[in-house]
Structures are given as structure tokens and as C-alpha cells.
Design a protein around this ligand. Structure first.
Ligand code: ADP
Ligand code: MG
Length: 390
């Protein structure tokens, strides 16, 4: 069990909140503020409780002094201020007297954001002095940055060692849904796995083969499995050094594992090209499979019908191209029809696919953590969450 924000007394306290404000930027402008919006419930709660809000986050990768000019959180403070309808004091420092004075002057319910945590070299090394210093700026610590929960950094794990610490609402939700689905699912648990490569997902596949009642495999990775069964896969995406692994996974999973029966194949990797639906036994040498076919959508839909929990990672095809998005869309459709199931989608591109295809509100939970979601689905302990354990 982890401690959550409601377990802490916040009134009058200096509340350090590690948020994920790692938003996409172009020419100093925020191009998508989803992550700021997602942090609002935790921030508003602390304001309502009469805490003094001290926010911090990383933004991008900081390698050179030049990077510091473009990776400032100042535009984020402005956007956050608009969203909250409240002044957000931005302090362009990560330590020192200015920051300490600003915090000392902070009143209950006021909000401060300090500069990009990665301006400090010790951040990504979890330098113990840095974590201790940041902890000294507050009375309690809330971690709500799920996107970096798989990292062992000073601004999450380091601080937590020195203060009463708890999860914010975002992390609490991820733990409830992904943690719940992987550790204690209502059954049957059906896992859907796809995406580009087997090698990216070995941990996820192995963990879910253990835990799930059924595994449906699509996406680029299906061809390594089909090759393991001795099928001709033409020019499809394949990892020859993973064919043996795929063989052993097929053996281990037995009846649990369901592979596609047809694919949408083309001669070129582009949207505007001829394509055809073909059985997985009849892929021509000069063709590549870019999506699962309609018979596979039907087969997977049948397997999903009685599911009580669904965990999906990895698109079923090259959903970025309209002609090869139908498989992913078909599976979204099948999931949308489930009435009494907890449905979870995780992975950067998978979440993007669900949103782009207009199914975002059909899932119980869309995990937006990217790398963190994947490691969580692999059953790994995430250091940014483990440090919040009671
Ligand atoms: P996630 O980010 O959700 O973990 P991945 O990064 O593993 O997912 O995979 C997403 C990518 O896989 C997409 O860009 C998609 O185009 C690609 N993909 C899916 N099916 C195929 C296929 N049959 N051939 C080539 N690429 C594919
Ligand atoms: Mg990806």
C-alpha cells in the first residue's frame, strides 16, 4: 500500500509537489498542455486544504548551458496561472536565497513553481545532497509525476527519503488501475499486445503471459511470432534474433496465446499504395503486413467479449496511416462495447492511438506515462512509487 495525498495533513504546511510538467514546446510556446491540466486536481486539493504549494518538474533533456535558455518552466507557470485562475509565482532558480526567501514568504493557498529540476546535474543521479536540500524546503512531499516514476531521481526518490511522502491523485490512479490489473485483476484478464517490436516489449509479454487468461498479439511484433510458426512473412517487420524467444513464448503460453489469422499487406510502407487483406498463410514475398485484418478483428472481438479486465499495450497496425488504422480502431470498438469490464490502455503510442481515433473516453483508464507505464506493465517496481509505501 502506498500513502496517498489524503493521508497527509496539509494545513499551513509547505507542500512540495513533484509534478510532470514535461510538456511539448515549440519556439518557447507550449503546444499541448494536457500534462498541466492533469496535475490540476492535486494542486487544487492542496490549495483547498490550506497548504503552501511548491511545484517543481523537469522539462526535456538538459545537456548544455544553451539548453537552459530553451528548457525554462516560465511559460508553464504562465499557463498554469491561467488554468488555475490564480497567480503562480515563478522562481527562476533551483536553489539559493531567492528561492528560500520566496518560500518563506509564501502564504496558505499560494502557489510557487521553481525552475527545471534538470538544471541541477545531481537530479538524474539522485545526488543525496540535492534530495536532502530540496526536502529542506518543505514539510511534506507529494509525488504526482507518474511519467518519471520509473526513474530514481533526486526530485522524487531523493526527497521522499527525508519527508512524510504520499502519492498525488495521478499516481494514485495509475496504481489503482495498472497495479490492480496486473496484481489483482478481476478475471478473465485479456491482454492485447502489439506495437512495433518484440524486443521493446519482452518484459511486458513475459509478465502478461504469466498473469493474463488470454493474450492477443497484433502489431509489428506479430510477424516474429508468425515466423516462429514457420510462416512466410514476406517483407514484414521482423526481428530474426527474437524468433527463438517467440517460439518459447508460444510454447509457454499454450492456448492462452492467440495470433492473427489475416493481415492488411502492402508492397510499400506508405499510406497511398495498393493494399490487400490476406491470410497469414499467403503473404507474398514482396509484401509486408501493416495491420491486422478483419477476420482477426472478429476473432479478437470474440475473445474480448467476456473479459472483466483488459490491458492493452501497442497498436494493432500502423495506425498513423489511415489505411492501416482499421485494426486498431476495430479493437477500440470492441473494447468500447464492453459494459462491465475495467479497460486499460498504456504506452505512449497506444494512448496516442486511442485519442487520435476518438476512443479516449471509452477506456476506464489511459495511462499516459509512456516508459513508466511499460515498466509498470512489466511488473517492475517503480522507484518513484515504492518510495511512497507506508
Ligand atoms: P507504445 O508506444 O504504445 O508502447 P510501440 O512504440 O511499441 O507502442 O509501437 C507503436 C508503433 O508500432 C507505431 O508507430 C506503429 O506504426 C507501429 N506498428 C504497428 N504495427 C506495425 C506493423 N505491422 N509494421 C510496422 N510497424 C507497426
Ligand atoms: Mg512507442
Amino acid at each position: 500500500m502506498i500513502k496517498t495525498i489524503k493521508d497527509l495533513d496539509l494545513k499551513g504546511k509547505r507542500v512540495l509537489i513533484r509534478v510532470d510538467f514535461n510538456v511539448p514546446m515549440k519556439d518557447g510556446k507550449i503546444t499541448n498542455d494536457n500534462r498541466i491540466v492533469a496535475a490540476l486536481p492535486t494542486i487544487k486539493y492542496v490549495i483547498e486544504q490550506g497548504g503552501k504549494v511548491i511545484l517543481f518538474s523537469h522539462l526535456g533533456k538538459v545537456k548544455t548551458e544553451e539548453d537552459k535558455k530553451t528548457k525554462t518552466l516560465k511559460p508553464v507557470a504562465e499557463r498554469l496561472s491561467q488554468l488555475l485562475g490564480k497567480e503562480v509565482l515563478f522562481v527562476p532558480a533551483t536553489r539559493g536565497e531567492k528561492l528560500e526567501n520566496a518560500i518563506a514568504n509564501l502564504k496558505e493557498g499560494e502557489v510557487l513553481l521553481f525552475e527545471n529540476t534538470r538544471f541541477e546535474k545531481g537530479e538524474t543521479k539522485n545526488d543525496p545532497e540535492l534530495g536532502k536540500y530540496w526536502a529542506s524546503l518543505g514539510d511534506v512531499f507529494i509525488n504526482d509525476a507518474f511519467g518519471t516514476a520509473h526513474r530514481n531521481h533526486a526530485s522524487n526518490v531523493g526527497i521522499a527519503q527525508h519527508l512524510p511522502s504520499a502519492a498525488g491523485f495521478l499516481i494514485e490512479k495509475e496504481v489503482k488501475f495498472i497495479g490492480g490489473a496486473v496484481d489483482n485483476p478481476e478475471r478473465p484478464l485479456v491482454a492485447i499486445l502489439g506495437g512495433a517490436k518484440v524486443s521493446d516489449k519482452i518484459g511486458v509479454i513475459e509478465n502478461l503471459i504469466e498473469k493474463a487468461d488470454k493474450i492477443l498479439v497484433g502489431g509489428g511484433m506479430m510477424f516474429t511470432f508468425l515466423k516462429a510458426l514457420g510462416k512466410n512473412i514476406g517483407k514484414s517487420l521482423v526481428e530474426d534474433d527474437k524468433v527463438e524467444l517467440a517460439k518459447s513464448l508460444i510454447e509457454k503460453a499454450g492456448d492462452k496465446l492467440i495470433l492473427p489469422v489475416d493481415t492488411v499487406a502492402a508492397k510499400e510502407f506508405k499510406n497511398d499504395t495498393e493494399f490487400r487483406v490476406v491470410s497469414v498463410d499467403e503473404i507474398a514475398d514482396d509484401e509486408m503486413g501493416l495491420d491486422i485484418g478483419p477476420a482477426t478483428v472478429e476473432l479478437f472481438t470474440k475473445e474480448l467479449k467476456d473479459a472483466k479486465t483488459v490491458v492493452w499495450n501497442g497498436p494493432m497496425g500502423v495506425f498513423e496511416m489511415e489505411n492501416f488504422a482499421k485494426g486498431t480502431m476495430g479493437i477500440c470498438e470492441a473494447i468500447a462495447k464492453l459494459e462491465n469490464a475495467t479497460t486499460i490502455i498504456g504506452g505512449g503510442d497506444s494512448a496516442a492511438a486511442a485519442m487520435q481515433l476518438g476512443y479516449a473516453d471509452k477506456f476506464t483508464h489511459i495511462s499516459t506515462g509512456g516508459g513508466a507505464s511499460l515498466e509498470y506493465l512489466e511488473g517492475k517496481t517503480l522507484p518513484g512509487i515504492a518510495c511512497l509505501e507506508k
